[in-house]
Structures are given as structure tokens and as C-alpha cells.
Write a protein that binds this ligand. Structure first.
Ligand code: ZN
Length: 437
């Protein structure tokens, strides 16, 4: 493993920034240095100090005047939906029946799965995202393909084979036993292999029979260290259908509660229309609500009330995500731009430091991986993004009037996309420049 020294304007968060002038919530170095060795950050701080520690003979990669941040994390994506992103005119249940299920049935073909997994991870790295929490298709081979590609890139990714045994076409269904057996085999093969982590993945209550929900609960009990991911309270028709399918339940969240699926490593996509009881149940169990703004706007699902969820007496842990292909952009910068607008429609604001906290440390904490990624702390994995706030003519022009770091971050979020991502490092290795255009 070769050592390297990065130089640039480094920014990393220590905790949630209460306000725009809450300077002790982050660490910013105008001339910062990061010493990387063996895929980890060995030293971080002012460049002069880090360079002294590094000693002679270590080459400096000079990223000045760009910003160096921890790589972004995306807490909810659907790998098999790359070829249905930007499909017109549907709400959630129609979207699934018309576009998603036919598309995901193509993943019976393992070669197709491998091709899309490769292109998906390339795209994520181009956008500065170094960790995703991914839904593969129902087919075991789609998860194998994803993990193989992820492992080859040495990325820290969390993923699972979707479990679904009803209310969808034959080509995307498993059975309670097959879903359990395939998940078990994938866990044995991939969880903890290199940086790979497995997530138990029942798609949602509508496409899993009570028997399959029991099996998902059994997997969670047998593997309490694993993540569990599913969808919750995205759309009114979805909520009503769930109540019909589980007539004994108090509400949608109660279905997952009943099968033992709540907990600190449980990730619930959307959570838009929760009752107070449901929000309390998520809070008390430490479960995570995943905010997917571009998807929620695109499918007309509703407005996630980020600030109210944070401030309530029993607050929710929150992660942010693209939810591609229901989401409309692979970029977490574009995602937080839309997130800002959703929060504005709820009469609130999310300041730029809070936003970049969410993209990095905030998501890492929500995913319980902040000891490994999401900061520039010494001893963590060197997953890093380099951002250029002058990446386009319009950004360059706007930068002429930018005076503060907060303004620069807000410009990056509002106008930035993959063009603003100059380089990405995965475990210390340059990853964006390594992808063929
Ligand atoms: Zn989703």
C-alpha cells in the first residue's frame, strides 16, 4: 500500500451544526492536509503539520483551491432501476407495476445484473458517493453481481436481495423459504467480506406475505448485527392497501413492529405520512427514517417533514437518499438541493452546514458506520470527495460574489452536480479519474 498526502481545504463534521455560526460543530482547514496509508486516514490537520508527520519522500497531491470532504453516503437506492429512471406519469403503485417490476424481471439474467451493477457503481463514484445502501432485485444473482463489483472496487456498501413473494409478476417473486435461504447464503458469502455489509431487504409489506414477513423477522433475530431495509408510509394508496392486507394492524408501522423489524439498524424509506404513534415507535426503537426528496416530489408522494421529525420530543434518526430510479438524480448535491426545497415548503430551512453534515457524518451515523466513514477523522477509511465550486461558467460567475464557506457550500448544493466532483478516493485510491468516460 502506498502512502499519499492530500492538500486542499478540508472540511469534516464533529456533530450536528445547530446554526450557521456553530463553528465548533465542524473542523475546517483553509490549508489542510490528509495523510493516507493502507486505505486509512493516518493524520489530518493543517497541511504543514501533516506534511511534517509524513516526512520526506511522500508525494503531495495538491487539490487546492478545492474542498476536500468525506465521500457522500446515499442511504436508499435501487440498483436495477437505472433504465427506468425518468419514466413518465405514475404514482407509487402504478410506478411499480408499470415500470419497476417488468424492469427488475430482466435481472433473471445474471449477465445483465453484472453489467448494471458495474455501471451503477461507476455512476455513484462519478457523483462523489462512496457508500450506498442498495436494493438489488429479487434474484440472488443480482446481489452477487453487486457485491462482486463493490468488492472489486473496495467500496463500503450495504446491500441485499429483495424479498417479495406476492402482488407482483411471477418473474420477480420468490417464496418465503427461497427468500430466506437465498438471504442466508448471501449473508454467509458476503457480509463482512472486505468492506461489504448485508442488509435484510423485504421490499415492503404489500409484496411480502405474512409468512415472508416472519422469515424476515427470523433473519433479523438470527443476525442482529445486520441492517434491515424496507419502505414505509410513502403514499396514501400504499398505506390503505397495507391496512387491507394486515387488517389487525394499528397502522403501517405496526406491521413491521409486529414482525420484529424495528431497531437501530433498520432503515425505512420515505416515512412521509406517519402518525404521532408511528413516529414515537420509530424513535423509541432507534429506527431510521430515510428522506428521499427527488423521489417524493417526482412520484407526488408528499413532503417529508425533516425539521419537525428532528425537533419532536421523541426525535427521529434521519438519513438522506436519492432513491433512484424513483428519485430523479444520482447526485447527493442535487438531492439536498431538492431536500432544501421540500423543507422550505414545510416552512423551515436547512442551512448549508446541516446539509453537508447530513450527506457525510449524518448519514454515516444513521447507518451506524461513522466509525469507518463519513468524516476525515484519523483512523477512518479514506473515502473522500474533492469538490470544485467553480466547475461551470455559471458557478464560476456566482463564486465572484461568494465570501463565506457557508455561501460556497450552498452554491455547490444549489448549482453543483457531477461536474463539481473533481476526484473521489475509495480507501485511498483515486476512483473517479480511474473510470473510463
Ligand atoms: Zn425505494
Amino acid at each position: 500500500m502506498t502512502s499519499k498526502l492530500l492538500r486542499g481545504r478540508t472540511l469534516s463534521f464533529l456533530r450536528w451544526p445547530e446554526a450557521i455560526d456553530d463553528h465548533s460543530a465542524w473542523r475546517y482547514e483553509e490549508d489542510g492536509g490528509l495523510l493516507i496509508d493502507g486505505g486509512k486516514i493516518i493524520a489530518a490537520g493543517p497541511y504543514a503539520e501533516v506534511a511534517r508527520k509524513a516526512g520526506a519522500g511522500i508525494g503531495t497531491i495538491d487539490h487546492r483551491p478545492h474542498l476536500i470532504l468525506p465521500g457522500f453516503l446515499d442511504a436508499h437506492v435501487h440498483v436495477p432501476q437505472m433504465q427506468i429512471i425518468a419514466s413518465y406519469g405514475a404514482e407509487l403503485l402504478d410506478w411499480l407495476n408499470k415500470y419497476t417490476f417488468p424492469e427488475e424481471s430482466k435481472f433473471q439474467n445474471a449477465q445483465h445484473g453484472r453489467r448494471i451493477a458495474r455501471l451503477f457503481l461507476d455512476e455513484m463514484l462519478r457523483q462523489g458517493t462512496t457508500t450506498v445502501v442498495a436494493y438489488c432485485s429479487v434474484h440472488k444473482s443480482s446481489a452477487e453481481a453487486f457485491f462482486a463489483e463493490s468488492h472489486e472496487r473496495n467500496m463500503l456498501n450495504i446491500a441485499g436481495k429483495v424479498m417479495m413473494d406476492r402482488n407482483a409478476p411471477e418473474g420477480v417473486l420468490d417464496t418465503p423459504q427461497a427468500g430466506y435461504d437465498d438471504s442466508k447464503a448471501l449473508i454467509a458469502e458476503w457480509h463482512g467480506k472486505g468492506r461489504q455489509l448485508y442488509a435484510i431487504t423485504p421490499r415492503f409489506a404489500i409484496t411480502s406475505s405474512p409468512k415472508q414477513m416472519e422469515m424476515a423477522g427470523a433473519l433479523c433475530r438470527e443476525h442482529p448485527d445486520l441492517h434491515m431495509q424496507t419502505h414505509l408510509s410513502e403514499n396514501h394508496a400504499e398505506i390503505a392497501f397495507t391496512q387491507e392486507l394486515y387488517p389487525w394492524s394499528r397502522d403501517y408501522t405496526d406491521v413491521y413492529e409486529h414482525y420484529g423489524l424495528l431497531g437501530r439498524k433498520s432503515l425505512f424509506g420515505h416515512c412521509i405520512h406517519l402518525s404521532e404513534r408511528e413516529a414515537d415507535a420509530l424513535s423509541q426503537s432507534g429506527s431510521v427514517a430515510v428522506f428521499c426528496p427527488t423521489s417524493n416530489l417526482f412520484l407526488g408522494s408528499g413532503l417529508f417533514d425533516y425539521q419537525r421529525y428532528r425537533r419532536r420530543e421523541k426525535p427521529l434518526r434521519i438519513a438522506a437518499a436519492t432513491d433512484v430510479g424513483g428519485g430523479t438524480n444520482y447526485s447527493m448535491l442535487r438531492t439536498m438541493d431538492e431536500g432544501y426545497k421540500v423543507i422550505a415548503l414545510n416552512g423551515e430551512k436547512l442551512n448549508p452546514f446541516q446539509s453537508f453534515w447530513q450527506l457525510t457524518r449524518g448519514n454515516a451515523e444513521a447507518l451506524s458506520v461513522a466509525d469507518k466513514v463519513g468524516t476525515l477523522d484519523e483512523g477512518t477509511d479514506a473515502d473522500i470527495v474533492v469538490l470544485d465550486a467553480r466547475a461551470t461558467p455559471a458557478m464560476r460567475l456566482r463564486m465572484e460574489t461568494v465570501e463565506t464557506l457557508a455561501e460556497e457550500l450552498f452554491l455547490l448544493q444549489t448549482l453543483g452536480d457531477d461536474r463539481a466532483v473533481r476526484e473521489v478516493y475509495v480507501a485511498g485510491r483515486p476512483a473517479k479519474s480511474a473510470i473510463a468516460a
